[in-house]
Design a protein around this ligand. Structure first.
Ligand code: XCC
Ligand code: SF4
Length: 631
């Protein structure tokens, strides 16, 4: 049987890229693959994590002849310190993002630019945090909730509030192991302090602080980010959209929103729907305004508005190379500094909006919540005015796009599961139907596939192969971030993807009417996955580390991903990596991240750069969990 039309191949995806590369050559533009060549071979010391520049006696590089830095730090200390600093940076990124959104919640008002869209979620968080709600104005409650949320960053004592959402067993492990996270800022600062010259040199303790700092992300910053984003912009629901560069329109004003913070992109999306602006676009000869998303912003606006997704991380240059992007506007994280220069080869306007993501060559419009809507309208108008500057000779839009069903937060997953048995579901719902399917072996387990794409491997290929093979083996997949975008581009987020599924998974998908890969959102929403795993474990009556559910990041690249991998391991779930963390210069560190953490949290990394081998590892891991559970 031939794959249904809605599913594409990696070859087709690569042919699109090649077509755009030609467009780049035609305008003499440099792209990431040129820079990969220029950077190859990579520095071995950096790759192994054994270059230290934490003080000015260095930099020190570890070799057989020079096994210690000037201060005496060995390869293990240096690799572990570098690794912990990555966790701290990743935790900071997700958490600072959340903090910004909490400030927006704090200032939300019925007359202002930002309102409360999900009162229910706000009220349940208020209840969880014991904020009085009886007879109070919803915006007053919001302010109190925001204040408590903001205290999570710097409170002088206590631990992260959301850890109480974990299984009781997990909380006990974290407490006993001394890795219960205090205030978010405190954990990041402690990590930076520990890695200062002349502090911790014992790799194990640096790894432990990595776990603790990461829990402050997954069960702190990221979880706050997800909750508050839902409160402000609505908890996502299932909707159908499209993805891949074919969503760019030849005869419309194309605006790409790229980054992570929905406070910005939500407003641009709203502004683009204003009639006055769509009419204005028509006066300029365009058929309308076409907003599309890129990277995690794409996930955020697709889940809440059905906005179409142009693609993932390594497609950011490709979007501009189509020659039809009037404007790319960005906020924070994962934005190539190469973009303004590339935009100059075309008519594309490149707009930065955040004071913490300034890029030379960009037009900077600092986005402020108080003036957000007006600013968004100005930005959209600027894009419309730019439509007439498009050069027909440079236009090249690959026609590829696929249907995608998106928007499966835990709330939505529970609703669908309820459809399986039509059983009564209480307020919080139950994962029992999924558990029964896993126990019966109809589903073997579930894998959370997350993270970026990366030119270190054949981009998107690892994701694609791993997803297909897991589906064949009756493994349900949940996806976020750029991994979810690969699934989108490939056509694996639509119902037709059951073509790839084994008989059991196909039956489940048909029964509850879901695609076999559930789109759970952006990377901060990996916190949703932690709650999903926790919900399953609680309903099962076991700890998270026992259930046949694991994480997989086939092509991760960012420091955020290092922090995520750590909090997934802290939650007791094994993480399968297709890219090796930069610690291989230390045998002790390799042992610590693959085996050592098992003694602390019950989970660790399994690393394999061959996607087919990695799938074998995942399947073996899932079967081992099943056996241990006696199923
Ligand atoms: Fe960035 Fe979140 Fe990675 Fe994509 S997956 S490249 S981190 S956009 Ni998070
Ligand atoms: Fe070298 Fe030690 Fe300074 Fe690092 S901290 S640069 S290993 S002397």
């Amino acid at each position: 049987m031939k794959p249904p039309e809605n599913i594409t191949t990696i070859e087709q995806m690569e042919a699109d890229n090649a077509m755009l590369k030609q467009n780049a050559c035609a305008v003499c533009a440099e792209t990431y693959d040129d820079r990969v060549k220029a950077q190859s071979p990579h520095c071995k010391f950096g790759e192994g994590g054994i270059c230290c520049k934490n003080c000015s006696m260095g930099p020190c590089r570890i070799t057989a002849k020079a096994p210690r830095g000037i201060c005496g730090a060995d390869a293990h200390a240096i690799a572990a310190r570098n690794y912990l600093r990555s966790v701290a940076a990743g935790t900071s990124s997700h958490s600072d993002h959340a903090r910004e959104i909490l400030h927006v919640l704090r200032n939300a008002s019925p007359e202002g630019n930002y309102k409360i869209r999900d009162e229910q979620k706000l009220l349940s968080l208020a209840k969880e945090w014991e904020v009085p709600t009886e007879g109070r104005d919803i915006y007053d409650i919001a302010r109190d909730v925001a204040d408590i949320g903001l205290m999570e960053f710097g409170k002088p004592e206590g631990t992260q509030r959301f850890v109480s959402r974990a299984t009781p067993e997990r909380q006990k492990v974290w407490a006993e192991q001394g890795i219960l996270p205090r205030a978010i800022d405190r954990e990041v600062v402690t990590a930076m302090h520990m890695t200062h010259m002349g502090n911790t040199a014992d790799a194990e303790f640096l790894v432990r602080q990595g776990l603790r700092t990461s829990i402050a992300n997954g069960w702190g910053g990221s979880m706050l980010g997800t909750e508050v984003t839902d409160i402000l912009f609505g908890t996502p629901t299932v909707r159908t959209t499209e993805g891949n560069l074919g969503v760019l329109e030849k005869d419309m004003v194309n605006i790409v929103v790229h980054g992570h913070d929905p406070v910005f992109s939500e407003m641009v999306v709203t502004a683009a729907e204003v009639k006055e602006l769509t009419d204005y676009a028509k006066t300029k000869g365009a058929k309308g305004i076409n907003i599309v998303g890129l990277c995690c912003t794409a996930n955020e606006v697709a889940m809440r508005h059905g906005v179409r997704m142009a693609g993932n991380f390594l497609q950011q240059e490709n979007a501009i190379l189509t020659g039809v992007v009037e404007m790319m506007c960005v906020d924070i994280q994962c934005i190539f500094p190469a973009l303004p220069q590339l935009a100059e080869c075309f008519h594309t306007k490149f707009v930065t909006s955040s004071p913490i993501a300034r890029i030379p060559g960009a037009t900077h419009i600092e986005f402020k919540p108080e003036t957000a809507f007006q600013q968004a309208k100005d930005i959209v108008k600027m894009a419309v005015d730019n439509y007439q500057n498009r050069e027909a000779s440079k236009v090249c839009i690959p026609p590829s796009k696929k249907n995608a069903v998106v928007g499966y937060p835990t709330e939505q997953i529970i609703k669908h599961l309820d459809g399986v048995t039509n059983s009564h579901v209480d307020e919080l719902g139950s994962y029992k139907p999924a558990i029964d399917a896993i126990k019966a072996g109809v589903l073997r387990g579930a894998v959370a596939i997350v993270g970026c794409n990366n030119p270190r491997v054949r981009p998107d290929y690892s994701h694609f192969e791993i997803m297909k093979e897991l589906l064949q083996n009756d493994i349900l997949i949940v996806a976020t971030g750029c991994a979810a975008q690969v699934a989108t581009k490939a056509g694996l987020l639509n119902y037709d993807a059951k073509y790839y599924c084994g008989a059991g998974l196909r039956r489940v998908c048909e029964l509850v009417h879901i695609p076999p890969i559930l789109h759970m959102g952006a990377c901060v929403d990996i916190s949703r996955m932690m709650l999903l795993a926790t919900g399953i474990a609680k309903d099962w009556g076991v700890d998270t580390t026992q259930i046949p559910v694991v994480g997989c990041a086939p092509e991760w690249m960012s420091e955020k991903a290092v922090s995520i991998a750590n909090y997934v391991v802290s939650t007791g779930l094994d993480v399968y990596l297709g890219i090796e963390p930069q610690v291989s210069g230390s045998a002790q560190m390799m042992e610590l991240i693959t085996e050592g953490t098992r003694k602390i949290t019950g989970a660790g990394y399994i690393i394999n750069t061959d996607p087919h081998e990695l799938v074998k590892n995942i399947l073996a891991g899932i079967e081992a969990k099943r056996t241990a559970l006696g199923i």
